[in-house]
Structures are given as structure tokens and as C-alpha cells.
Design a protein around this ligand. Structure first.
Ligand code: ADP
Ligand code: ZN
Ligand code: ZN
Length: 818
């Protein structure tokens, strides 16, 4: 009898694929190991072993696997169960989940290019013969294909070999090239600590008289130190002493000078003494901790509803401590990479080297390392902080999940599949591990609050800011009125200008929030009305002054700003609307001596870009920080006394049933950045609609009112959490075909599922990257079985795919969060 292996390929196949294996292989292979397999005519993939069995596939003659890549599973049983849930629930394939979940260094393919790692310090003696051959070949060639590596070592399958080389850091894969970007670190020098001692120093100077050049360097260092207390860059010392790098390097090698990098120093942490590690919770925090534990005892997820700056993080710290005391691992999920750098410093104060970080800006190499540490339950990975992808790590012993800022929509992944919501997937993960989970927020999502109110979740709350710091004083500024009375300078009301001036005079910092990047979202010709549009998408192009470009925020298309209208030729171009860049520019004119920083997608592209902006603002190297929603989330700045919201209206008017909830959350969160110490913080919200109920609720901090109203509306108009939603988006380059196929799809859905189908409708942006889009919305009453409904939809999809004229039409599912 033959043996067979079902594998999951990292591609969107509906079914597992079966290969033939020997008996020895069957004995060795365990679920969750990687195997290299041939697929199609020429391709080789890394696949995940799923099941060994003895039933030959009926539809095709199975091929043999090429190689087993692991000695032990790199993926656990629980992970596979969780991933199956993700695939099933979010209506994608297991292959797509795996592609997203595993670090790509695990998934070499025949098309992968292998490149030399120029930054690696390779010890040739450490390499095997085959490894050395590849290493040597890459000294002469810039890249090798997998097949070329095969030829070099004269072996059929080399994925395992390349895996080892990637792991050793000797080679890189093509995809990680962009991550090789390293921030240009400034190198600094100082005198080694031992020379703090005056006698030692005297000895040194004495000794150096025999080396006049080195002596000159040390003396110059003293002169620079006398001039200022700031760190001394090597370049400056070089200039001052007129010595060569070699001389300075000699001093560093002799441990007389010490070289250091500022960025590195920031990430470094000093372990706190036992005494300062201990934080006493105040009575409100303590009560919350007890309520959370009560919920855990009942086996429920718990919602922690604590106002901004109430000290939720310290409560999490206690929960993590409990978890570690039980010898278990903890996962701390954050919605945004930008938040990890502040949090990691805080947690390392308590837990030192037990904290690891995992997110997509980490290099492939680093990610593999964290993966293995978690799998091996290493000391270093007892606590993992991460953005949503850390949910897919191979925990073997998970005891606690913290989902911080649980209301954040950035927990949802929109592209590519799996289009999952990390908070909801975390709840399922915790259930599979039988571990505790706490969801925390100052402004809980309607869904989570609903779950708490219906006892599905436990509930704990902290209604007071820590240290009895007052909630910020929030005021609305009517800019309609101000505009009429000509009391605006650019986009700043007099009230806001005055408040900024006062804050700056007190030496305090200011955050300004505008939820659009770029300079102006619309460039219009005042003669003919023509608006510069993206040729690929149904949106106007945003003007970016810094590059003097018009850019599309959907597809990245860009062109130089034209001098004259492309339609009529008049030079009468005018901007409409405004983004962060314009605010920054106006600030330059209003406050010429003030340092203004900006945090948005355009300024945070590099690996350390967030950290640089955040720490520079923390260190008060800037006075004002202008930003998009990135500045609203959970950051803890001590010296910010004023938060200004440039315009609250665009958010409120967004065509989405969650727009009001989101506006409330965003405004409350950004307001929460103000006055986190003793002095009461101030918040100014500029708006054309000061009587809007959401703005009223924000200023009076009325979460409960907001919840009641929004919940009522969702009941009235049948939206989650009262029904479940699935959105199907159809995409095609051919407008007519799209419409016809969307009608077919909606019709079939109505035939099977009845009346709860809305659409097809064009979304607000109805064309993106040359694809026309149309949405069909399915509302599923809570008493209707969800899995069954999804199966019906999938069956309709099968019939749809069988219609040859619709072949080019792509279907995208979004479940719950659309
Ligand atoms: P939140 O996460 O709820 O916004 P934080 O956890 O950031 O609030 O707490 C706000 C500030 O109060 C932080 O600077 C934190 O260090 C401080 N803090 C909170 N709880 C305590 C405590 N029990 N003892 C000392 N300081 C605390
Ligand atoms: Zn024109
Ligand atoms: Zn575009």
C-alpha cells in the first residue's frame, strides 16, 4: 500500500493537494512540518504537511515530494486549527492564511532569487561545503535563481540548503531587499567610563604623550565637551582634531574612546531596580483588576473600559505578571506599529529581556527568530508585543492575550486575504488555547460593549484618570461663524491660534490633528471647473507640495503639478481642502520660530521612522506635531497641554454606518493625548456643525449616550451587531461586464437567501487601479446559521466561476468589518 501526504500550498486553492511519499517519509513527517513540492509544470513550492494517509487521490496521479525541510513542526496543531477558523470565517483559503501567517523566509519558491547579504559577517569556517559553494558564487554574481543554486551544488532540491543560509544570515531573498534599508545612524563618541576617575585620566594623558595624534584627539574631545553638553558625533571630532578616522578608530579599539549610536541607545533599556518595578494600583485600577479576574474565572473574555490615561497599561502589567507567574506566555496586541516602540520601553522596565516584538516592519530574519523563540517557549519570548500578524505566532503555552485599543479599525486587514479582524481572531485564539483575554479601550467598539452588556464578555471599568488628573477641557470652535466674520487665518481660527500661542509660551507642546495627508486633496481650475483626476481611479489627485506632485492615494499614480489646466489651458488652478502638509506650512508662517513635526503615511515609511518622530517629540525637539489618525492612538506624551482638531466634519460625513462611532472614538482618543499630567489639558475642535450630536457627546465625554444612540440606529437600520454583514465586492476592468455579472450574482443570492441582499451598488470610489467596483451586501439575521449561509454563498460562487464570460471578474469577501 502506498502512503500519501496532503499539503497546504501557500496559494489560493480550495483544496488540499496530495503527494506520494515513502513509508519512511510517512513515519517521519508530522503535521506542521514544511515540505518542498513540485506544482504545475515547473514550479517548486514550500508547502505545509497536513495529513498522512493511504487514500490515493482520484482526480490526478500524485507526484512525489522533493524534500522534507524540517526536523520538527514549525507550526503547531492549535495554529492550524486557528488558521482553519480564519479561512472559514473570513471566506478565504487556508493557503492564503498560511501565506500571510508564516514569515516569508519559511516559504521559499522556485522563483525566489537569492542574493548575497552584504551586511553579514560570514565566518567561512562555519559553512558546510555546499553552503560555501553558494556563498562563493554570490561573491561574483549579484543574484542566483533557485535552479542555478541547484546546478552549483549539483543537487535536485536546494530549498533546505537555502533555508539554512537565510537563517544564518549569509544570503537574502529578493523580497527582503527593501528591508535592507538601514536608517543612517549618527555615530557618537565619548571617553570610556574608566576615565571618569581623575587618576586614570592623568595616567592616560601621560601615556598618550608618546602618541601625539591620539593625544590631540582626546584633547579635542575635551574642548568639544566644554562647549556643549550634547553628544559628540565622530564626524565633529574628526574635524575638530584634524585627525584621520584611523586614529579615532585606534582609540576606540584600545577602549579609550567608546562609540555609540543614538537610536540604539533609545531602544536600550535599563532594568529597573526591584523597588521601582513595583507599582501599586490605585483603588479604581485594583477594582478593575479584580473584575477582570472574575471574568477570567468565568471563562469569559473581558472588556476593560477605562478612560484615557486611567492607567490601563499598569493593569495589563499586573495581568501579565500573573500570567508569567503561572509559567505561561502573554501576547499584547496593538493596532499600530507606531505604538510598539513606546510600549516596549514600558514593558521592558518591568519584564526586561522577556519581551519580544513582532510586526511587519521587522526584517524577515528577525521575524524568523521571534517565531522560533515563541515556538521553543524561549525566555526571550515570554511576552510578545505586536501588531495583528503576531496573532499567528506558534504559541505553545499561551496564558493571556491583551488587545489594547480594541475599538481600532486598523485591527482589520483589508488586503490581501485573509481579510480578518485581529481582535475577533484573538478571541478565538484565546478560546483554542483556553487562555485569558482582555480587550481594552477608552472608547469600546459598539460590538464589544454589546457583548459586555449581553454578558457574553465580562466587564470592568475605570472612570477616573490616574492621579486624579482632570479630563481634558474640550471646546468646539464654530468655523462657519469665524469664516463669516473673517476671523480665520488660513485654516486656523483665532481661538486656536491664541491657545497655541499660550501653550508655547508655557513651554508646553501641541498636537494638531487633520485626517488627510498631503497639501490639498483637490486641484481645480477656476475657469472651466476641471479637477485633476487619477487616470486609474475615480478620485481626484492630491497635491503634495514637498515634491510638487499630484498623487493618487489609492494606486500611487503621480505626476508633476502642471502650470496650467490640462483641459482649458488657463493658469487658474486653485486648491480645495487641506491636508497635514498645508497645516505644517501655515504653522511656519504663523509661528516662524517654532519647530513643527509631521506624522503621517508620507513621513513614516522607513523602519525606524515612527520611532524617530515619536522620540524626537518626546524629547521636545519639536514644539508642535501635526498628524493624521496616527497621532490619535494611545501615545503617552507628558508635555502636551493642547490638542487641536483642524476639522471634524469630513469624518462625520463619511458614508459608512460606523462613521459616527469612529468619529467619537477618534476625537475622544486624540483629546486624550492632552494634559496627561497635573495641569488640565485643553482640546479645541474646529467644525462647521457645532451642534452635531457626536461632537456634543465628545465634549461632555458621554460614551453611554453615544452607545445608546448608535445602537438604536443600528437596530433601526439593521446593522451589526444586530445582524451580521458580508460584503461581496466584484471587480473588473470592463464596466459592462462588471454590471452584468454583479446583477447575476445579486440575483442568485436573492434566489437562495431571500430578501436580505442589498445592491449591487457602486462604492464611493467606484474605480480603483483601473478596476470598476460594485458591492453586494448580505445582511444575516443573528438567528440564521452563519456557516450554512457562507456555504450557500460559496456554492453560488462556484456557479459564477463556471460562467466563462465572467472569468475575469474577481470576487472579494469582507466579513463583519466592511
Ligand atoms: P491609559 O493606558 O489608560 O491611557 P496609562 O497606563 O498610560 O493610561 O497611564 C497614564 C499614566 O499614569 C502613565 O504615565 C502611567 O505611568 C501612570 N500610572 C498609571 N497607573 C499608575 C500607578 N498605579 N502608579 C503610578 N503611576 C501610574
Ligand atoms: Zn480649465
Ligand atoms: Zn489612482
Amino acid at each position: 500500500m502506498d502512503y500519501f501526504l496532503d499539503v497546504v500550498l501557500p496559494i489560493p486553492l480550495e483544496k488540499l493537494f496530495t503527494y506520494k511519499i515513502s513509508q519512511a517519509e510517512a513515519d517521519f513527517i508530522q503535521e506542521g512540518m514544511r515540505v518542498a513540492v513540485p506544482f504545475g509544470k515547473t514550479k517548486i513550492y514550500t508547502a505545509l504537511a497536513y495529513r498522512v494517509h493511504r487514500n490515493a487521490p482520484e482526480a490526478y496521479e500524485p507526484k512525489e515530494i522533493y524534500q522534507i525541510l524540517d526536523d520538527h513542526p514549525v507550526v503547531t496543531q492549535v495554529q492550524l486549527k486557528h488558521w482553519e477558523w480564519v479561512a472559514q470565517y473570513y471566506m478565504c483559503t487556508l493557503g492564503e492564511v498560511i501565506r500571510s501567517a508564516l514569515p516569508s523566509a519559511f516559504m521559499l519558491e522556485s522563483e525566489t532569487l537569492v542574493l548575497p547579504n552584504k551586511n553579514a559577517d560570514v565566518d567561512e569556517a562555519e559553512l558546510t561545503d555546499d553552503e560555501f559553494l553558494v556563498f562563493e558564487a554570490l561573491q561574483h554574481q549579484s543574484a542566483l535563481k533557485i535552479s542555478e543554486v541547484s546546478d552549483i551544488v549539483d543537487k535536485k532540491n536546494v530549498l533546505k540548503l537555502i533555508n539554512t543560509l537565510v537563517h544564518k544570515g549569509v544570503v537574502l531573498q529578493k523580497e527582503e531587499l527593501y528591508e535592507q534599508y538601514k536608517p543612517k545612524l549618527v555615530r557618537y563618541v565619548k571617553l570610556s567610563e574608566q576615565y571618569d576617575d581623575e587618576e586614570e585620566l592623568a595616567d592616560l594623558l601621560n601615556e598618550l604623550t608618546r602618541a601625539p595624534k591620539q593625544s590631540q584627539v582626546v584633547l579635542s574631545l575635551f574642548q568639544l565637551k566644554a562647549k556643549s553638553t550634547k553628544p559628540i558625533p565622530i564626524a565633529e571630532l574628526e574635524k575638530e582634531s584634524r585627525a584621520s578616522r584611523a586614529v579615532i578608530k585606534a582609540l576606540i579599539d584600545k577602549d579609550i574612546l567608546e562609540e555609540y549610536h543614538i537610536r540604539k541607545d533609545r531602544v536600550e533599556f535599563d532594568e529597573r531596580s526591584e523597588a521601582s518595578k513595583h507599582v501599586d494600583l490605585n483603588e479604581y485600577q485594583y477594582q478593575a483588576l479584580q473584575d477582570i479576574n472574575k471574568g477570567f474565572d468565568n471563562g469569559k473574555p473581558v472588556l476593560l473600559h477605562g478612560v484615557t490615561s486611567s492607567g490601563k497599561t499598569e493593569v495589563y502589567v499586573k495581568l501579565i505578571q500573573q500570567c508569567l507567574d503561572e509559567g505561561k506566555q502573554a501576547l499584547y496586541l496593538l493596532p499600530e506599529i507606531a505604538l510598539t516602540s513606546q510600549l516596549i520601553n514600558r514593558l521592558r522596565h518591568y519584564f526586561g529581556h522577556q519581551v519580544s516584538v513582532y510586526h511587519s516592519k521587522y526584517s524577515i530574519h528577525e521575524r524568523v527568530e521571534v517565531w522560533n523563540n515563541v515556538l521553543n517557549n524561549a525566555e526571550k519570548a515570554q511576552i510578545v508585543i505586536g501588531a495583528r500578524s503576531s496573532l499567528f505566532l506558534p504559541f505553545t503555552n499561551l496564558g493571556l492575550v491583551v488587545v489594547d485599543e480594541e475599538h481600532e479599525s486598523s485591527f482589520k486587514q483589508f488586503d490581501p486575504a485573509p481579510r480578518y479582524h485581529a481582535r475577533d481572531a484573538a478571541v478565538v485564539l484565546a478560546a483554542l488555547h483556553k487562555s485569558n483575554i482582555v480587550l481594552g479601550s477608552a472608547t469600546p467598539s459598539i460590538e464589544s460593549m454589546f457583548n459586555a452588556k449581553t454578558q457574553k464578555y465580562g466587564y470592568a471599568s475605570i472612570a477616573h484618570r490616574f492621579g486624579d488628573v482632570l479630563m481634558p477641557d474640550i471646546n468646539l470652535v464654530d468655523i462657519k461663524e469665524a469664516t463669516r466674520k473673517r476671523r480665520m487665518k488660513g485654516h486656523f481660527s483665532k481661538t486656536l491660534i491664541k491657545a497655541i500661542t499660550e501653550a508655547l509660551e508655557e513651554g508646553e507642546q501641541v498636537i494638531l490633528f487633520q485626517n488627510r495627508r498631503g497639501f490639498a486633496p483637490v486641484v481645480e481650475c477656476t475657469t472651466c471647473g476641471h479637477v485633476a483626476q487619477c487616470p486609474n481611479c475615480d478620485v481626484s489627485l492630491t497635491y503634495h507640495q514637498h515634491r510638487n506632485q499630484l498623487r493618487c492615494h489609492y494606486c500611487g499614480y503621480h505626476m508633476a503639478l502642471q502650470q496650467a489646466c490640462l483641459a482649458c489651458g488657463s493658469p487658474t488652478l486653485d486648491n480645495k481642502g487641506f491636508g497635514t502638509e498645508q497645516i505644517q506650512q501655515e504653522l511656519g508662517q504663523l509661528f516662524p520660530d517654532v519647530k513643527v513635526g509631521r506624522m503621517d503615511l508620507d513621513t513614516t515609511r522607513g523602519k525606524y521612522a515612527y520611532e524617530k518622530i515619536i522620540s524626537s517629540f518626546e524629547n521636545q525637539e519639536m514644539d508642535i506635531l501635526v498628524g493624521t489618525q496616527m497621532v490619535t492612538k494611545g501615545l503617552d506624551f507628558r508635555n502636551v497641554s493642547l490638542v487641536g482638531i483642524m476639522n471634524a466634519d469630513s469624518m462625520l460625513n463619511f458614508p459608512d454606518y460606523r462613521a459616527h462611532e469612529r468619529s467619537f472614538q477618534m476625537l475622544t482618543q486624540v483629546a486624550g493625548r492632552a494634559g496627561r499630567t497635573q495641569k488640565r489639558g485643553k482640546v479645541l475642535i474646529q467644525t462647521y456643525n457645532p451642534y452635531h450630536q457626536i461632537l456634543q457627546q465628545v465634549t461632555t465625554n458621554s460614551y453611554d449616550k453615544m452607545f445608546k444612540e448608535q445602537f438604536y440606529e443600528r437596530e433601526q437600520f439593521k446593522y451589526p451587531p444586530l445582524v451580521r454583514l458580508i460584503k461581496i465586492t466584484l471587480k473588473d476592468k470592463d464596466f459592462n461586464k462588471l454590471n452584468e455579472s454583479a446583477d447575476w450574482m445579486a440575483g442568485s443570492l436573492r434566489n437562495v437567501l431571500g430578501s436580505n441582499i442589498l445592491g449591487p451598488e457602486y462604492p464611493p470610489v467606484a474605480r480603483i487601479r483601473r478596476d470598476y467596483l460594485k458591492n453586494i451586501m448580505i445582511k444575516i439575521p443573528r438567528n440564521q446559521p452563519l456557516a450554512q449561509t457562507k456555504n450557500s454563498i460559496k456554492r453560488i460562487e462556484k456557479s459564477f466561476n463556471a460562467i466563462s464570460k465572467y472569468k475575469s471578474v474577481r470576487l472579494v469577501y469582507n466579513v463583519d468589518h466592511i
